[in-house]
Design a protein around this ligand. Sequence first.
Ligand code: ADP
Ligand code: PAZ
Ligand code: K
Length: 268
Amino acid sequence: MIIVNCDNCLGLMIGNSRLHWALFTGATLEAAWDTDHLPALVVEQLIQSWQAGEWKTELFPDTQINAIQIPNSTPIPLYVASVVPVQTQLWQTYPYINVITLDQLPLHGLYPTLGIDRALAVLGAGENLGFPVLVIDGGTALTFTGVDAQKRLVGGAILPGLRLQIQSLTDRTAALPKIELYSEMPPRWALNTVEAIQSGVSYTVLAGVKDFIESWWQEFPESKIAITGGDRTLLLVYLQAKFPNIAAKVIADPHLIFWGMQSLTINN
Ligand SMILES: Nc1ncnc2c1ncn2[C@@H]1O[C@H](COP(=O)(O)OP(=O)(O)O)[C@@H](O)[C@H]1O
Ligand SMILES: CC(C)(COP(=O)(O)O)[C@@H](O)C(=O)NCCC(=O)O
Ligand SMILES: [K+]
């Protein structure tokens, strides 16, 4: 297991849609924000500044980090977890990078190709809420990841996330338009194309989520369930609309991956 030792350090989770950033001071999560994947030139600029101990917060306009006064000082340590190897590559020239890998986590029974985002999120959820725990991550992919009381991976599942489902219909059909999902459950029996897509995606995903949760509770009746990722709020609103009793027991938390990183810090 690695020990993350930091006064001021950056955490970076590289997802398939976006970058997820965190500023830690010791074991405290001071700020978290998301950006798009960055062009190589911007990455170069950041690397050079951080090496000189300068934060370059102006490169993250309109994000939480701009509200924080951080003194420039020594080179800034960067802890990276990534499920996108070409994006990881961009940061590899930074001398103060630490790439977090599965073997560094205090979890058992992980299979070698498991996503580090899933492992960190389920670790973070378990450290905060207790084990066993099930994590639902509504990201580019929608994933379920469950760990038992002994911190052993029980298993999980992967399906296309909400945006990806809609996008794949638009991309691979002639007649289906580009649409957005609304923050409310649409009517099930649609009478137009837009609502038909909205209905199809939201009702089937919701039925799947409910089924995975109920199945998990059959094995682990006392287990906490946490939901994270860019679609967590939408999924929870859908769940509240159709299955309020289940929704009431699902805990939404955008920072599970960073709680996982935080649990590795020396000050923790
Ligand atoms: N600015 C955004 N860019 C991309 N996805 C977004 C954005 N805001 C909300 N989302 C939603 O978040 C989901 C992606 O979740 P996210 O956790 O960012 O993915 P990843 O961790 O794979 O990068 C998409 O399905 C989309 O519906
Ligand atoms: C399933 C994922 C694509 C999810 O990535 P994300 O949606 O968070 O960008 C990622 O966790 C991954 O690449 N996993 C490797 C395969 C596995 O977990 O079994
Ligand atoms: K994710």
